[in-house]
Design a protein around this ligand. Structure first.
Ligand code: NDP
Length: 401
């Protein structure tokens, strides 16, 4: 039994809060704190209708301000802080956890607001301080990053002596009916997709132009999709943590309609993060675009179809070459019926609850800063099957060239 402080009240936080309330034996109390308190209260009202034993409270916090987060932690005394705000807040929240000796978990690595660049260096730099404080930070505990790292640890522990190649494939076969919308925070999503691609091969990073490398893949239960090579944060930690890895890539599917809109928006400067002066006020075009795009949390009722996210591993077992595909299929409408959210928020919010649960009951832990693949994958893999993200295996998958 324990207490979790959830920071953020968007699409992902909503799912994690629902899942904590379904798991009231572990989460006796949660607090939802975010910049806009009315969103926390609206979520708490929804949760109250579930009739869960978990006690839910709400608070206003500006997580860019470490002192505000410290004050909140000191008042609520959580066992873990689940950071489901934006990547910009990771360091201030980690600072607050250090100051109060509280465990920390997030789903996305730190990114400075002024540069569209994410890497683990900023958060890995907290390693010694978390060690000295005797507390745990779990980084990137959503689906990708998150489950993809747990899948990799599971493959390493149970299926391979050496893993040489990993391809992470993220397919969304969902349709929300809008000409253009993003499935999670639009600003973060568009920054990621319009950045250069990058993958790890033979001991070095190879950079590509944005969306330069395209492949077509026939996904189980979704069908054939165009997918594009992106840089994604788990590539950095897996390249470091999976010994002997020769190549690791990440592909995400995008439809032609989505890409056409994105090209036009980029072409006219709407995805820029450089401030412009508009009628005497400095605005950032991408933030303005976010304000007019649909809120990802509102896509739930209208999104139909499935996601298929997983990893194809190639390596050696008992001296013989082996291939193994581990993936999850998630249905947007089933997620909506269960927790009122679409599958992208669901596939991120469920692993965040599972990671927090394992931290609270001591099955995950250790003093320091960890990526998920550095923890024991077994209880997490079991929990995925229990909490709504069952996984499937294929020992003879089609490979990506
Ligand atoms: P949303 O935009 O829906 O929600 C973000 C929430 O954070 C909002 O409630 C927002 O408040 C709050 N917030 C923003 N700034 C602050 C601040 N300074 N202080 C307090 N609260 C703040 O995002 P999502 O729920 O879609 O995404 C949440 C996180 O999950 C992101 O970091 C995203 O990158 C990550 N993610 C990870 C994935 C994975 O698989 N690992 C996949 C998808 C997302 P307000 O309501 O005021 O705007």
């Amino acid at each position: 039994m324990g207490r979790a402080l959830i920071i953020g009240a968007g699409g992902v936080a909503s799912v994690t809060a629902h899942k904590c309330c379904q798991n009231s034996d572990v989460f006796s109390e949660i607090m939802i704190a975010s910049r806009t308190k009315s969103r926390c209260d609206a979520l708490a009202d929804k949760l109250a209708k579930m009739g869960s034993k978990t006690k839910v409270s709400t608070a206003q916090v500006d997580a860019d301000n470490t002192d505000e987060v410290i004050a909140l932690i000191e008042a609520f005394k959580p066992d873990v802080v689940i950071n489901l705000a934006l990547p910009y807040q990771d360091l201030t929240i980690m600072d607050a956890c250090l100051a109060t000796k509280t465990n920390y978990l997030d789903t996305a690595n730190y990114e400075p607001k002024e540069t569209a660049k994410f890497e683990y260096s900023w958060q890995w730099a907290y390693q010694e301080r978390f060690k000295e404080a005797g507390i745990t930070a779990i980084l990137g505990c959503g689906f990708d990053p998150g489950v993809t790292g747990v899948f990799s640890a599971h493959a390493m522990k149970h299926h391979f002596d050496e893993i040489h190649y990993i391809d992470i494939l993220d397919a969304n076969g969902g349709d929300h009916g809008y000409p253009f919308a993003t499935n999670f925070n639009p600003e973060i999503n568009i920054r990621e997709i319009t950045s250069k691609g990058k993958y790890w091969e033979k001991g070095q990073w190879i950079e590509t132009e944005p969306l330069e490398i395209k492949r077509v893949y026939d996904f189980k239960e979704i069908g054939q999709k165009d997918m594009y090579l992106l840089y994604h944060e788990e590539l950095e930690s897996l390249a470091k943590n999976i010994n002997g890895i020769k190549r690791i890539r990440f592909f995400m599917t995008f439809g032609e309609k989505y890409l056409t809109h994105l090209r036009v928006l980029e072409g006219v400067g709407m995805t820029s993060i450089e401030p412009i002066n508009f009628k005497g006020q400095d605005i950032i075009p991408l933030q303005f675009l976010q304000a007019i795009l649909p809120d990802p949390a509102s896509l739930g009722p209208r999104t139909v179809g499935k996601t298929n996210i997983g990893c194809i591993f190639q390596g050696i077992k008992d001296g013989k070459p082996k291939t193994y595909y581990l993936y999850n299929i998630c249905d947007h409408q089933e997620c909506y019926r269960e927790v009122g959210s679409q599958a992208i928020s669901y596939t991120t919010g469920v692993p965040a609850m599972i990671g927090a649960m394992l931290l609270m009951d001591g099955r995950w832990g250790g003093a320091g800063v960890f990526n998920v693949e550095e923890q024991n994958p077994d209880p997490f893999m079991e929990a995925l099957n229990v909490w709504g993200l069952p996984w499937k295996e294929d020992f003879n998958p089609v490979l990506v060239d």
